[in-house]
Design a protein around this ligand. Sequence first.
Ligand code: HGY
Ligand code: MN
Ligand code: MN
Ligand code: MN
Length: 411
Amino acid sequence: MADVTMADVTGTPETSASGLLADLADVGRDRSRGGYSRHVFDTAEIDLREWFADQARRRGLDVEHDRNGNLWAWWGAPGPDAVVTGSHLDSVPGGGAFDGPLGVVSALSAVDILRERGAAPAKPLAVVVFGEEEGGRFGVPCLGSRLLTGSLPAEKALRLRDPEGITFADAARRGGLDPERIGADPELVGRIGRFVELHVEQGRGLIDLGGPVAVGSTVIAHGRWRLTFAGQGNHAGATPMDDRRDPMLPAAETVAAVRRIASSVPGTRATVGRITPNPGGTNVIASTVDVWLDARGPDTASVVADVEAAARAAAEAEGCTVDLREESWSDEVVFDAALRDAVSAELGGVPALPTGAGHDAAVLAAHAPAAMLYVRNPTGVSHAPEEYAEDSDVDAGAEALATVLARLSEG
Ligand code: HGY
Ligand code: MN
Ligand code: MN
Ligand code: MN
C-alpha cells in the first residue's frame, strides 16, 4: 500500500473541493448557449482529463485509462475489494459547472483530507472519471460505465455517430483508445468492492430538508427514443399551404402530446429537448424532422406507447411517416440498503433522497454495492447554467465523502 503523504508529493497545495472546481471555471465554456459544453473526447473534455491526471499524479496516485476511455487514479496497487469513488467530467450542451465535476473534485479533495487525517486505507482506493455520462455527443448516457460493465455491446457503441457524423470508434481512436479493445472489462469491474458517487443534487430535496448532504435511495427508470418524421422537402414560398407534407407539423403536435400524456401519468417526467429538422433552412420545408424523447418514471412503456400513437396519427394527417427507435434504457435502481444506511449513519443520519437523474453509480450498482452522496443545490436547477452549490456545502460534501471512504477502506 503506497503510504504516500502530502509531504511526499511536492508542489501540491492542500486544495479544497471548491478551490479545485474554480480551476475548471473556464474549461469548455459555451459562449453561444451559456454554461458549459464538454463532450467525450472533444477539446474541453480532453483538457479536463489532462487536468485530472495531473492533479492525481501530484497526489501520488497511479493514473491509467481503461480500454473504454474511463480514467482511473489508484491509491495503492489496483486490487480486489477496492473502494472506488468518482463521477464524470462531461456535460450536457450548455450545462452547469457542478454536474459531474463536483464528484470528481470532491474525490481528489477527499484524498487530501484522508491524508491530513493520517488515514492509511487498508484497501485499494481509486478515483474514477467515467466518459460520456451525459450522452451529449453520442446519445447514449453512461456510455463509459455501460461499456466497462458490458451493459452496452461494444459493436453498438462503435457505430454510434455524433451530430457531425463522426463514429464513436473514430472519436475513441482520436482519444488514444484502440477501438478493437473497447468492450466489457470484467477483470477491472471485479476489483470494485464498493462504489460511492458524490453529485450535486438535481432538485430541491436538500433545500426543503435544510441540510448540506444526503444519501441516494433510488434512481428513476429512464430512457431515450428518437422519432423521425418524414415528408416532402420543398420551397417555402413556391409551395401552396394545401399542397404540403411538412414533417415539422406532426413533430410540433407530438411535442405538445408529450406534455399532455406525461402530465396524466403520476411520477412521469417526459421531455423533448432536442429537435433537428433536415436540412434546416429558413426558407425550406423540411424533408425529415428528428425529435428526441427523454421519458422517465414507473410506467414509461405506456407513456411512450401513447406518444407513439399520437405521433403516428399526427403524421398520417399530414401525409407523413414516422419511425420510432429506442436509443437507451435504464431500469429503476434501488441502492444497496445496507450500504445506504451505513453511509447515512457514518454521516450522523443524513436523509436518503430519490433522484430523477441517471448516474454511473446506478450502472455500477448491478456489479458492486454502490451509494450516492448528494450536495445541496440552492437553485434546485441542473442541466443549465443556474446549477449551483455554495462553497461551504461543496467542502462539507468533500469532508463527508472522506469520512465515508475512510470507513469503507478500513480492514
Ligand atoms: O440525464 C440524466 O439523468 C443524467 O444527468 N445523465
Ligand atoms: Mn447530468
Ligand atoms: Mn451527472
Ligand atoms: Mn453520473
